[in-house]
Structures are given as structure tokens and as C-alpha cells.
Design a protein around this ligand. Structure first.
Ligand SMILES: Nc1nc2c(c(=O)[nH]1)N[C@H]1C(S)=C(S)[C@@H](COP(=O)(O)O)O[C@H]1N2
Ligand SMILES: [Mo]
Length: 404
């Protein structure tokens, strides 16, 4: 079933916290052809402070960015996707007296930081893609359980904050430290649900690349995206990018909880990882780490009519920080490929725009594909790499256009 024919309905949702205005999406809002039965309907909803986003669930809030949010290489704050695991999400008012405590058994001391304390440390900036491990899970065939994301559980922004390594230096790191764990201000509604707490390897925490950011694209973080401060782990999937971070612990042994030991894991050795997370490996599985090479066609839209006089194929490509080496486009379902022109380089962790001028003279139905290759030679596969949790969907995607 093509996405354009997914049922949509317009409705008004009343919730305790906010009245959410549902929005009748234009056909352009939904490009991915989700397999039949994956998602019965796609409703776009206006959360406070956001443009219409595609609603996956309200409690916990899970909303994805529609395709039109990806026509620029930086994703607007008010179109940036929203992902939570736990339904008890904090309001801006509840975070007015926010502070961050850094400690743990392998920290030299426990130190409390206000936002002003953090802002007094040297400031750093990175442009980086935050992509949910389960982005495109809804495109898995056969289906896998979990939030049925389409293409929009990702976004690229300029993040500004301080280095985690500078913050950890204030508390001190003892010999024997192995991981650094984060937790946010959100929590479960029922006590039985494990709190969302995630860790990263000590070397990654100390290498200067991980930020505690209070600014996104030049503005304070939206509440939905982690106000007042969130963790930025450039190159790694969004699961480690803890929002509303309130506590950081330096650990002497690997973090053992549901979110590390059971969720966010992939079959061992199946996906390329230049930065493995060895303290969390077991015999069969590894924690998901870096984003694998991927691309998205943003124009034309799937099903569009294009001129026989030629048309331009546009999109984005990204990976976990090796950088995009090339994007090839096919107009004939993969028989022939030509190189697209790469656009502005916003940094190795960022979306890389690309475009391809399709020559005049083609008529009829065309199957258009894009295939990105990164600087390490990793290339998007033609066939899905099955894994039980539906992570790392980076299969070459196709759109169909009619030229004439
Ligand atoms: N506090 C908190 N931080 C969190 C999560 C969460 O549930 N709670 N989810 C993580 C996951 S899985 C993703 S993909 C990203 C999504 O970031 P966003 O909501 O800003 O788009 O946040 C991460 N940080
Ligand atoms: Mo995620």
C-alpha cells in the first residue's frame, strides 16, 4: 500500500497537559511506502512548540519528522522528532531548578553543577545526526515489534555545550573506571518499569567528542528534545543521547539493566562497528553503537509526475562519522548507477545533501534508487540485514516516478 493512500483522520485530542491539535496531512507529508498492515493510519499532530509531526504514540510521546522536514540538511528544532521510552516526561516548569550531579563509585568526588556552572566551562559545538536505532523499523518485512517508525526518527542539528570530559575532570575519574552512565529526569509511571539509564565506554566519555548540550541550532533545547541539557554522542544512535540529564555516574563495572543488557542490542559481528562497546558484549550480541551508512531521497516524492525534459533527484546521506564518500543514483531500478553531486559538508557526523540531474528523454515509470558509500567503503545493502529488534535499517530505498 503506498504511503499516500494510508488512511488519515483529523481529530482533536484532549490530554491533561496540553491540547494537541491533530492536523490533516498533505500527501507530501508521508513518503515511505510502509508495508501493508504496519501502520493503519498516519496522523500528524502539533505538539506545543512543534510543527506537525507524525504521531506514533502519545504515552510515551513518540513522533517522527515528516519527509518535508528533510529538505534542508539541518533539521529545524520545531520539526525534530521526539522519542521517549517512559510516559512520565518532565515539563519545563518542573525543570526550573534543574541541576546535574556527577559522581559514582569510580568518580573522585561528587560534584553538583547548575546550568551556569556548565556554561562557565569551555564551550564546544558539533553538527551531528541523532538517529533512533529503530528508525525505519516500520519498513522491516517481515514485521518486527516495537515503535513502527517510518523514515523520520532522525534529525541533524548544531549542538552546543561542554565536553563531558571537562565535566568529569571536575569530579575526577579513579583507576578502574569502565563506563559512564547517564539518567534523565523522565521516569516510569509504574514502579515496575526500569528507569531509562544508559552508559557509554569510558574511552568515549573521555575522548572529548561527547557533549552535554544546552543549545540546538542556536536556540535553547526544546523541552521535547532534552531541555535544559542533553547528552550528545556524535556518530552513535540516539539511545545514548540522554535528555534532561540529571545524573552522571562513573562506574567501576558495566551497567547492568534492561536498557543495556536486553534492549538496543544487535547480533554480534553482523554490523560494521569501528567503535565497539566491549564491556557490554556478550557471546551472542553487542550493544548497538554507531550509525551505519544510509541515505534518503527527499525529491521527487514517491509517485510524483516528473518532466520528460529532465528532473532533479535530491536527498541526504549520513553515517556514523567516517563521512560520506559518494552517493550513486539509479533511474532504472538498479541496472545503471551514476554519481550524484555532493553538497555542503557540515562535518563528518552531519547529513550530507546530494543532488542528481536526471537527463531529458526518459518517459514512463521510473524506479529511482539512491545508494550512499562512506569513507570506509561501507555501502548501503540491497537486502535487509534482519535482526530481532529492527535496528539499523539502511537498505537502498526506491521511489517510483512517472516521466512524461
Ligand atoms: N531522558 C531520555 N533521554 C532519551 C530517551 C528517553 O527515553 N529518555 N530516548 C533516547 C532515544 S532512544 C532517542 S532515539 C533519542 C531521541 O531524541 P529526540 O527525542 O530529541 O529526538 O533520545 C534518547 N534520549
Ligand atoms: Mo531511539
Amino acid at each position: 500500500m503506498p504511503a499516500q493512500s494510508l488512511n488519515r483522520r483529523s481529530m482533536l485530542l484532549g490530554t491533561g497537559a496540553a491540547a494537541l491539535l491533530a492536523h490533516r496531512a498533505g500527501a507530501a507529508a508521508l513518503n515511505p511506502a510502509l508495508p501493508a498492515g504496519t501502520r493503519e493510519e498516519a496522523i500528524t499532530v502539533v505538539l506545543p512548540g512543534k510543527q506537525p509531526l507524525i504521531k506514533l504514540s502519545w504515552r510515551p510521546p513518540n513522533y517522527e519528522t515528516p519527509l518535508e522536514g528533510f529538505t534542508t540538511p539541518l533539521t529545524a528544532n520545531n520539526q525534530f522528532f521526539v522519542r521517549y521510552h517512559l510516559a512520565n516526561v518532565p515539563t519545563e516548569a518542573e525543570l526550573a531548578n534543574w541541576s546535574l550531579t556527577v559522581g559514582g563509585e569510580a568518580a573522585g568526588s561528587e560534584v553538583k553543577f547548575s546550568l551556569d556552572d556548565l556554561k562557565g566551562l569551555p564551550v564546544s559545538e558539533v553538527t551531528a545526526v541523532c538517529q533512533c536505532s529503530g528508525n525505519r523499523r516500520g519498513l522491516f518485512s517481515p514485521h518486527v515489534p516495537g515503535v513502527q517508525w517510518g523514515i523520520g526518527a532522525m534529525g541533524n542539528a548544531v549542538w552546543r555545550g561542554v565536553k563531558l570530559s571537562d565535566v568529569l575532570a571536575k569530579a575526577g575519574v579513579k583507576p578502574g573506571a569502565v563506563e559512564v552512565a547517564f539518567r534523565g529526569a523522565d521516569g516510569p509511571v509504574v514502579e515496575a518499569t526500569p528507569v531509562f539509564r544508559k552508559s557509554i565506554p569510558l574511552d568515549r566519555a573521555l575522548d572529548g567528542s561527547v557533549l552535554l548540550a544546552w543549545e540546538m541550532n542556536g536556540e535553547k533545547l526544546p523541552i521535547w528534545n532534552g531541555f535544559p541539557v542533553r547528552v550528545i554522542v556524535p556518530g552513535w544512535t540516539g539511545t545514548y543521547w540522554i535528555k534532561h540529564v540529571t545524573r552522571i555516574d562513573v562506574l567501576a563495572k558495566p551497567l547492568d539493566n534492561f536498557w543495556m543488557a536486553k534492549a538496543y542490542r544487535v547480533p554480534r559481528g553482523v554490523f560494521p562497528a569501528t567503535q565497539p562497546f566491549v564491556t557490554q558484549d556478550n557471546e551472542k550480541t553487542s550493544p548497538i553503537t554507531e550509525i551505519i551508512v544510509n541515505s534518503l531521497i527527499t525529491a521527487p516524492l514517491d509517485g510524483a509526475a516528473v518532466g520528460a525534459a529532465g528532473f532533479t533527484v535530491r536527498g541526504l546521506a549520513w553515517d556514523g562519522g567516517q563521512g560520506i564518500a559518494k552517493v550513486d543514483v539509479s533511474l532504472d531500478g538498479g541496472a545503471n548507477w551514476d554519481a550524484a553531486a555532493l553538497g555542503e559538508d557540515l562535518g563528518r557526523f552531519a547529513f550530507r545533501p546530494w543532488s542528481f540531474a536526471a537527463p531529458a528523454g526518459r518517459t514512463g515509470s521510473l524506479t529511482v534508487l539512491a545508494r550512499a558509500t562512506n569513507a570506509a567503503g561501507a555501502v548501503q545493502p540491497a537486502k535487509l540485514v534482519a535482526n530481532p529488534a529492527g535496528y539499523h535499517h539502511n537498505v537502498i530505498a526506491a521511489i517510483t516516478v512517472t516521466a512524461g
